[in-house]
Design a protein around this ligand. Structure first.
Ligand code: ACO
Ligand code: ZN
Length: 285
């Protein structure tokens, strides 16, 4: 495979230029050998084609007609849009996307077999220049394990602004529309786990506000789209679950003040939220 070859001889893409950003890669991604040798890879931020030289890239930018990902825009809120791209219908785009993703993902190994997946692309819209790629996540069309997200990546140049949690929230909105609880594919990276723990806590606490003390773990799962396991583990971490005496179930023990205070801070720190009314989407059949 190209990846084996690239790793065997020590070639590795170290930097990419994508739109107006130059970004250092974190991990080896299996670009074909002849591309991996180049110190800087140029990538079209619209069609995600990769190129070796600035000259080819500039010429491509003049010719490339795309100003958004090649799928359906299923969500738009202000300057933020999400496009759904089918791995079967836009194979090359999705393969190029996965090659970019792999530069920042240590454990995941999907690059060429993209057909069983849907890809959700997060873009920042600019009226003059188009839809700028900021990150994505992939999702199996049918997941035997009930995963609602397999890989998520936000470009390092756009990280720590709440986009990761925005896409995670989006993945649960789709699960709720499908009427099933979902969970991300394991293992999670360190940043992936941090982002999920933070999202799960906020989502659960939002169910617990307003004195809703008698809610069950199952109710929380139904309202959030989180699996019962993820609800239980989050509440356990926060010391908010008690085993029911003589039974096998749990009781949620809410510290109302702690919940309110947490949500108040979270609203200030993470104003980016998904507005369910702005989703234009039906589940994959
Ligand atoms: N250092 C410390 N904390 C961090 C960091 C960091 N570098 N990055 C994210 N976090 C925490 C934040 O504290 C935040 O929680 P808070 O709001 O409660 O403080 C939370 O994680 C999410 O922050 P966001 O700004 O929403 O996340 P971001 O846009 O940076 O994206 C992501 C997070 C997608 C994990 C990003 O770091 C990334 O692309 N990493 C590389 C790829 C990766 O590891 N993906 C996850 C793999 S697991 C999977 O795909 C199922
Ligand atoms: Zn292009």
């Amino acid at each position: 495979t190209p990846s084996g070859l690239a790793m065997g001889v020590g070639y590795q893409v170290k930097k990419i230029r994508l739109g107006s950003y130059v970004i250092d890669s974190w991990y080896i991604s299996p670009y074909p050998d002849e591309y991996s040798r180049h110190p800087l890879l140029y990538i079209c931020e619209f069609c995600l084609k990769y190129m070796k030289s600035e000259y080819t890239y500039q010429r491509h930018c003049m010719k490339c007609q795309l100003r958004h990902p090649p799928g359906d825009e299923i969500y738009r809120d202000g300057g933020i849009s999400v496009f759904e791209v089918d791995g079967r219908k836009n194979k090359i785009y999705c393969q190029n996307l996965c090659l970019i993703g792999k530069m920042f993902l240590d454990t995941k190994t999907l690059y060429y077999d993209v057909e069983p997946f849907l890809f959700y692309i997060l873009c920042e819209y600019d009226a003059g220049t188009g839809y700028h790629f900021a990150g994505y996540y992939s999702k199996e069309k049918r997941s035997a394990q009930g995963y609602n997200l397999s890989c998520i990546m936000i470009l390092p140049s756009r990280q720590r602004e709440g986009y990761g949690k925005l896409l995670i929230e989006f993945s649960y909105l789709l699960s709720k529309k499908e009427g099933v609880a979902g969970s991300p594919e394991k293992p999670l990276s360190d940043f992936g786990l941090l982002s999920y723990l933070s999202y799960w806590r906020r989502a659960i606490y939002e169910v617990l506000v307003d004195g809703r003390r008698w809610v069950s773990v199952e109710d929380i799962s139904a309202e959030t789209g989180l699996t019962v396991d993820d609800v239980v583990s989050t509440l356990q971490t926060d010391g908010m679950l008690q085993r029911v005496h003589g039974g096998s179930g749990y009781r949620v023990v809410v510290d109302g003040e702690k919940v309110d205070e947490y949500l108040r801070r979270a609203r200030v720190k993470n104003p980016k939220r998904v507005d369910p009314k702005k989703l234009m989407w039906a589940p994959y059949l």
